[in-house]
Design a protein around this ligand. Structure first.
Ligand code: ITT
Length: 196
């Protein structure tokens, strides 16, 4: 215990996202904190580019090891919409708006994707996690955030919003991206680990 020298800042304005990340990192023994800060975002079709740009700007401001995640919901029958525009679309039309667009559409397949940009000098890298599933017919559950009430991951019959954080983390796009980061951290920064 107590040998960790790096504290990782999870930069986000989205508390739900921050809590998921914190649980993943802490359960693996990496010390982390949520830093509630508005991300500077560029407009791009690439989540990876958006996340990396946001992480670089955040690093210039706080000069501490950090992660930024940019995520999106890609719906097959809508040609990947809302994808990188998920934040805007969520604010404008929300879960009900997506369900309306999906009315009478039989193909309900969709994937959530996270691009997780980490700047832990000298490491600067983007990790991608993806979980596919289907869009539910109606919202279900009151946990989580964003599009959680309408997304049912493959292998479950429940929406993300019907799952505790721990359970969502067993399926989620975000946790897959974090697992890749954790693999690198174990190799590169053994001193970050409280439990070597
Ligand atoms: P930050 O940029 O401050 O981190 P944000 O909520 O804007 O927070 P994103 O741009 O990554 O984050 O998210 C795009 C949208 O997709 C946003 O409306 C989220 O609510 C939604 N979203 C992202 N991850 C999600 C998840 O795991 N479950 C449900 N919705 C999610």
């Amino acid at each position: 215990m107590g040998s960790s020298k790096i504290k990782l800042s999870i930069v986000t304005e989205n508390r739900g996202k921050g809590l998921e990340a914190l649980k993943i990192l802490e359960s693996c023994g990496v010390e982390a904190e949520i830093l509630t800060m508005k991300k500077q975002e560029i407009q791009s079709d690439s989540l990876e580019e958006i996340a990396l740009y946001s992480a670089r700007i955040a690093y210039l401001n706080i000069k501490k090891p950090l992660v930024v995640d940019d995520s999106g919901l890609f719906i097959d029958s809508l040609n990947g919409f809302p994808g990188p525009y998920s934040s805007y679309v969520y604010k404008k039309i929300g879960v009900q708006g997506i369900l309306k667009l999906m009315e009478r559409i039989e193909d309900r397949r969709a994937c959530f994707k996270t691009a997780l940009a980490a700047i832990i000098p000298p490491l600067e890298k983007v990790y991608v996690g993806e979980t596919c599933g289907v869009i539910a017919d109606k919202p279900r559950g009151d946990m989580g955030f964003g599009f959680d009430p309408i997304f049912i991951p493959e292998g479950s019959t429940r929406t993300y919003a019907e799952m505790s954080i721990e359970e969502k983390n067993r399926y989620s796009h975000r946790s897959k991206a974090y697992q890749l980061l954790l693999g690198d951290l174990k190799r590169l920064y053994p001193h970050m680990w409280r439990h070597p």
